[in-house]
Design a protein around this ligand. Structure first.
Ligand code: SF4
Ligand code: SF4
Length: 554
């Protein structure tokens, strides 16, 4: 076996990528990512202990968050950049170790021994570093603990990875919470002890869900505090004549900086994938050259970018191996990276110079003519939906709205995801669909109409906006004076990668029951863990749209 990774839904054979990642991750990068997580666990062990002595360590906070986010699916495929993060991580770990020892001396406390070897010094040579990574693979934990306990450890790790993405985005916009950093270190230190007790692991997984709610709230505050609350907006989904830049990923600040740097340059900016909801933020949509959305979800990018006659900027996760046709026109920034793809760095203040992207857009032909105008309406985040809550409640009480469906989550390349299109199409006319994340591309261009002026399809935003959807459900429950589980609301989720994992853990922490999950169940959930999820939460795999719809409406 050359590698082992089963952190995402498209994992090979539904069990694990062992030769090369279906995503394109090679065994060398996989080993380096395993080593990076190991080094981060070491840093967190010291950071957790120093915090207990009231000595937080900012560098450790930021490093561990970046290390976790960098190993999310489709983020960093560049072994050199991962190796640099490992070296930085070892330096941070050694610094926080020193800070811990000093704090112990000052407080007269005996330093606690670490529960696992946290002292691996990464080799200077990348090949040797890869061999070090091969010693700390997931497979070794599966062999020693069995698939249930090892899978639960991974469930916690993946939840932390997803949470780290939210924490990183919020931090970029200046919103942080010390308690969230403290918990991340505590959970990483817990994992470093190689725990095998299933109850303790399940409890920690639910705590990840609990703290992730805070992380999502921080990101919501960061986005809406900086760019205003999303508002209902009709957006163009077909191109206009002219030079063009397509921005994919999730990062609002990158888009804002690019919009400012392209002002008056005759370049149209398009969102792609999960950047679509940016078109509804007042401080972003006020830029008239942010003209619309191009294409669909992340897994279609290789065809769509090949056909795009301009420059492409990947702001966070979602990158796939670039085709030759656009390899010279695609750029990465933030934590996303692909070997050989030009990367736009940030300076010490977080500012970025997008000149290479702009020059590539000006050198490319651009769209030669306006395509036929087509639009969709987006921007139904919590502020908008709550502002019409009275109308919604009245429509339910008058039996004009029978049921709500939340059909949301990730999209992906594997077959079986047309379930979500068919389900949305079969939802009866007196029901409303809430959606979010890139799975919505399966149906967001279909006509759904409205119920007494309330659109039947309400797009709450990115996967990063799951907080908004949760707040809408909580507000509806309050309006009806009941619990979320008592609402006429069914959740049908699609997952792909680790942000979906942390959202699922948050929903479980909130006690949400009867959720349906697809297109397949995670490979890392062992049979006994699945039994816990079924017994305690009645979590179900999706069946057919017809069967599920009948059951949900019964
Ligand atoms: S991230 Fe997914 S596709 Fe990539 S190696 Fe891991 S399991 Fe395989
Ligand atoms: S919805 Fe899921 S697959 Fe899509 S970008 Fe977000 S996390 Fe990734």
């Amino acid at each position: 076996m050359d590698m082992f990774c089963y952190q995402c839904e498209q994992t090979a054979m539904g069990t694990g990528c062992t030769l090369r990642g279906v995503c394109g991750k090679d065994p060398e990068t996989a080993a380096l990512q395993d080593l990076l997580i190991h080094i981060a666990e070491g840093a967190s062990q010291y950071a957790h202990r120093t915090r207990q002595l009231d000595v937080p360590h900012r560098e450790a906070d930021l490093f561990v968050v970046e290390a976790l986010f960098a190993t999310v699916t489709n983020v960093d495929f560049d072994p050199k950049r991962v190796a640099e993060l490992i070296q930085r991580g070892a330096a941070v770990r050694n610094a926080v170790k020193k800070a811990y020892e000093t704090a112990c001396q000052q407080s007269g406390k005996q330093p606690e021994p670490l529960t696992k070897d946290a002292a691996i010094e990464p080799a200077a040579d990348i090949d040797e570093m890869i061999r070090q990574g091969e010693q700390v693979t997931i497979q070794k934990r599966i062999d020693s603990l069995g698939e249930d306990a090892a899978g639960l450890q991974e469930l916690i790790t993946y939840g932390l990875k997803g949470m780290a993405a939210y924490v990183d985005h919020a931090h970029i916009l200046g919103v942080e919470d010390d308690g969230v950093y403290a918990f991340i270190h505590e959970a990483m230190a817990f994992l470093a002890a190689n725990p095998g007790d299933v109850d303790a692991l399940v409890a920690m997984a639910l705590r990840v869900g609990e703290v992730n709610l805070k992380a999502m709230e921080m990101l919501d505050a960061a986005n809406t505090g900086t760019y205003g609350h999303p508002e209902p907006t009709e957006v163009r989904i077909t191109p206009l004549a002219g030079k063009a830049i397509c921005v994919s990923g999730h990062d609002l600040k990158d888009l804002k900086m690019l919009l400012e740097q392209t002002e008056g340059k005759g370049i149209n900016i398009y969102t792609h994938g999960e950047m679509l909801p940016c078109l509804a933020y007042p401080e972003l949509k006020k830029h008239k050259h942010l003209v619309g959305n191009y294409g669909g979800a992340w897994q279609n990018q290789r065809d769509e970018f090949d056909a795009f006659p301009g420059a492409i900027l990947m702001t966070t996760n979602c990158i796939q191996r670039p085709e030759d046709g656009y390899a010279e026109r695609i750029f990465t920034t933030g934590l996303v990276a692909w070997p050989g793809v030009a990367h736009i760095p940030a300076d010490a203040e977080g500012n970025k110079d997008f000149t290479p992207v702009i020059e590539a857009a000006l050198a490319a032909p651009g769209f030669d003519k306006d395509a036929e105008s087509k639009t969709i309406t987006i921007g139904f985040a919590r502020n908008t939906v709550m502002s019409v809550a009275d109308k919604v409640v009245e429509a339910v009480k008058n039996r004009k709205i029978r049921h709500f469906f939340l059909i949301g989550g990730c999209d992906g390349a594997k077959p079986g995801r047309n379930y979500y299109t068919e389900l949305a199409q079969q939802v009866p006319d007196d029901c409303v669909i809430l959606t979010l994340a890139c799975g919505k591309y399966r149906f967001n261009k279909l006509p759904f109409g409205d119920i007494g002026g309330i659109p039947r399809l309400l797009d709450c935003g990115q996967c990063n906006d799951a907080y908004s959807a949760i707040q809408i459900a909580v507000a509806l429950a309050k309006a009806f004076d009941c619990g979320v589980n008592d609402l006429p609301l069914s959740l049908v989720l699609s997952w792909y990668e680790q942000k979906a994992v942390c959202i699922l853990l948050t929903l479980l922490h909130l006690g949400i029951k009867d959720m349906r999950l697809g297109p397949t169940l995670p490979a890392f959930v062992g049979p006994n863990v699945l039994k816990v999820l079924v017994d305690q939460f009645n979590l179900m795999p999706i069946k057919t749209p017809e069967e599920d719809l009948a059951a949900m409406l019964a």
